[in-house]
Design a protein around this ligand. Sequence first.
Ligand code: TXA
Ligand code: MG
Length: 585
Amino acid sequence: MDRQKIYNTLFVTPDNEEGLKVAAEAVKNGEVVAFPTETVYGLGADALNGDAVRKIFEAKGRPGDNPLIVHIWDKSQIDDLVSEITPCAQALIDAFMPGPITVIMRKSDKIPNEVTAGLDTVGIRMPEHPLCNRFLKLCGCPVAAPSANLSGSPSPTTAHHVMNDMDGYIYGIVDGGSCRVGLESTVVDATGEVPVILRPGAVTGAMIDEVLRTRSEYAGALKQGQVPASPGMKYRHYAPGCEVRIITISSGIETIDPYEEKLSDDKKEKLFSLASPFILEAQSILKDNPTARIGIFAGNEVKALADMAGDEILSSHLCFYVYGNACDVEAAAHGLFDGLRLLDRQEVNVILATGFKGDGLEVAYMNRLSKAAGKNGDDVPSKAYNEISEGGGEVPLDFFDSVFTASVLFISDDDRNLGAVLEGLFTQLIRKKGPFCSEESIRIGAELYAESAGLNASEGLTPDVRMCEAYRRVTGESVAHHLSSRMEVYLLDSNDLILTVNDQQVLTLLESYPELKGRVYSLSSYMASKGLVMRGERGEVASLAVNDPAGGDDEAYSHTVAALKAWLEILFPYIIKDLGAMRFC
Ligand code: TXA
Ligand code: MG
């Protein structure tokens, strides 16, 4: 699409009230003006004027077949713009407007086709940004706006980003400083009975769920991770010119001030475990390519460790964008687009960017970061856990930008028969159903494994011969190599989920380690926590008590293996999800 530099773009500084009025007047007269919001900058025109809206697409350099969001300053404007406000739309409006959310509703006749790209729905958004709201009010009309970036650039989070992309192509830019959130709004389709999140943002699924939960008709109804019918999806998303590798850090690590005068050994160790993956990755890149320039988008702990290492050659290859403390996902989200723009301009060969696990703002952050990391920027629909199916394909490890490990610990009494069988069955399932990747991004691999230990176990004993035979009969594989091990405290820390054979073992563990609450379950309590009920042949609720068949006949042994196998197959998708992984598709 042809772009023509026809404007001497007006730049309105934050305290220039006169300039703000001039810019608003221009919008009334059918011109395009960029304005700040708490998420990203928008490129606005009078939403009721189709000709004005067309100018947005000319400035952005993309065809007008992607629907635009309509921005308002007062909720009373909504009635005129939509033909229906469903109860769930009303609940979202009440709870989250003004704020970083866009609610999709059926449009009214007043909205021209240029805004909605021919759809019969429209996205309405009321930003939470005082200068923005003053500007919109001065415009006096609903303002249609996409993000104010050039097609193919990341969304702008400062007026200078907009200036870089739009100078000369639009009437004016209102400078409102750096956008607080830094990621685009949550887009929620509220035309149906239940809301569907089309694009994650700072209003998280959990926050929406919470609001709807208080209305009994919606309890648990939120659909997340659905393949969205969002027309914008076919557009290339921003990806820097270079490769982006994601290095996921564990959330919940306490913030360490790396510049504290006397760092205790404990803190040094934490700092090292948090920051060293970046340094190691940089070193390995330099090994292959000694002239590489490496961009690092990370917390100040990482910069500090690089400084402490005192390796001047390494440092001379690194180009840092420090967003704040490593574990501060809000700071990372705020800085993400700015950081990617800046590092891209430094012409680095690769960017190592911090990844986060978590289901709050982490979801929106990882959504944008994964798109930046995906070479073709295509949207990858996330798979629901219950779609995990028989897999077994091989994925070359270098497909992944990074790999995390996660594990289950099976606790029994002596870790001989039952421990061996549970660990063996689970390991087999991982092998058969894998490979796995992170729930947040298919660019992050997940290496899953199982361990077992016994509360009263002797070390190094193999299972009963009869158990080994039964295991082979049922599964065709062997557990004869399994050696029992005693439960040690480090095992409780190093495993993500702990499953015990019976309820008593849960109580025993919680008595000594109350901090394990939420991470330790018996097989039956885990099943119940997922709302699953096992039924026997006659439809009765089956008991999940697992007994060691020792002393029984062959059939008792086989029965135990077969029952555990059936249960684990049912629980497997839930366990995978709890480990933060999904089947790689
Ligand atoms: O935070 C934001 O939402 C920013 C600021 C400026 O408000 N705006 C923004 O606009 O990000 P844009 O055009 O870059 O993204 C709007 C997204 C697109 O993915 C589009 O497809 C979707 O919202 N969208 C808009 N109207 C829609 C509709 N009626 N149905 C489905 N998706 C819609
Ligand atoms: Mg955009």
